[in-house]
Design a protein around this ligand. Structure first.
Ligand SMILES: Nc1ncnc2c1ncn2[C@@H]1O[C@H](COP(=O)(O)OP(=O)(O)O)[C@@H](O)[C@H]1O
Ligand SMILES: [Mg+2]
Length: 277
């Protein structure tokens, strides 16, 4: 088994944010977690990445309980399981390449980081990753100068710099317009398919989960109320997840990515020049 989540629970002082979550993943795949605001989606990802401690349960990755790791082992796990956030969490005034290189932070010394000294091989790798995501030309710019969709791709590049086995994405497209949402979701899907990395994404819209994920987990009040392939996600199942009555309409949870044409600009000229020397 690749991932085995066994009774994972998080209790905050007054409420149970994640209630006995249990599921297993036997091979790399792309999973979408959906549910209303407050359902426990972020809390689950944060426990998996060890940003917050679980109250109970085990989460085995390749047989090892990652919830029990401490110190250096915990940090090593955090770099195997990279996290992407709705608000990108880049350093706004720092250039794009340096933001990407910071994906290696867990692995290198403080002094080298402070003085922004990076081995040439790492810089080339960072630019290759940016190139793969179609944003190599943005490499020398400050992160804050980029559009939201470009910033999220920088965040994905930073995650890839860690060479993670798992990418956890917490509402990665919630701040983006439909066109940028599509570019970012396409990038995550491609990373899963081409690299064999597992992607677990909290998504606020049903249609995105349906379109991009192999498996959808629906959460309601901390519990899993749906777990299956997108074709099993009927309107009735969606109603149960979102807790809506008969007036429930799928349009209310739609990003309208479907209405867009594929749009993948090739911005590789800059990368070619940077790598030419
Ligand atoms: N640090 C915290 N302290 C107390 N309660 C929290 C904290 N973080 C989340 N919660 C609560 O846990 C529940 C699940 O939150 P969250 O995981 O953020 O849901 P989602 O990501 O699905 O919107 C909510 O009731 C939320 O208020
Ligand atoms: Mg959340």
């Amino acid at each position: 088994m690749l991932i085995s989540v066994e009774g994972v629970t998080k209790v905050f002082s007054r409420n149970t944010a994640v209630d006995n979550m249990t599921f297993a993943v036997d091979r790399p795949c792309m999973i979408g977690i959906i549910g209303r605001s407050g359902a426990g989606k972020s809390t689950f990802l944060r426990m998996m990445n060890r940003l917050t401690d679980a109250t109970a349960g085990r989460l085995l990755f390749e047989g090892r309980d990652v919830l029990a790791l401490k110190g250096a082992d915990k940090r090593a796990w955090q770099s195997e399981c990279a996290m992407i956030f709705q608000q990108f969490n880049l350093v706004p005034r720092m250039d794009v390449v340096s933001n990407v290189l910071h994906g290696l932070l867990n692995r290198r010394g403080t002094l080298a980081t402070m003085f922004n000294l990076w081995p040439t091989a790492d810089i080339h790798r960072a630019i290759d990753i940016l190139d793969r995501l179609g944003i190599a030309e943005q490499a020398p710019k400050r992160a804050e100068a980029l559009s939201g969709g470009q910033q999220q791709r920088v965040a994905i590049a930073r995650a890839l710099m860690q060479d993670p086995k798992v990418i956890l994405a917490d509402e990665p497209i919630a701040s983006l317009d439909p066109m940028n949402a599509q570019v970012v979701m396409d990038a995550l899907r491609r990373i899963h398919e081409e690299d064999g990395r597992t992607v677990i994404a909290n998504l606020h819209t049903l249609d995105t989960a349906r379109r991009y994920c192999d498996r959808v987990i629906g959460m309601r009040a901390g519990r899993i109320v749906f777990d299956g392939t997108p074709d099993l996600l009927t309107t009735q199942a969606a109603r149960e997840i979102y807790g809506a009555d008969d007036s429930f309409s799928e349009a209310a949870t739609s990003t309208s990515i479907d209405t867009l044409e594929a749009n993948a600009p090739a911005e590789s000229a800059f990368a070619q020049r940077m790598l030419a020397d």
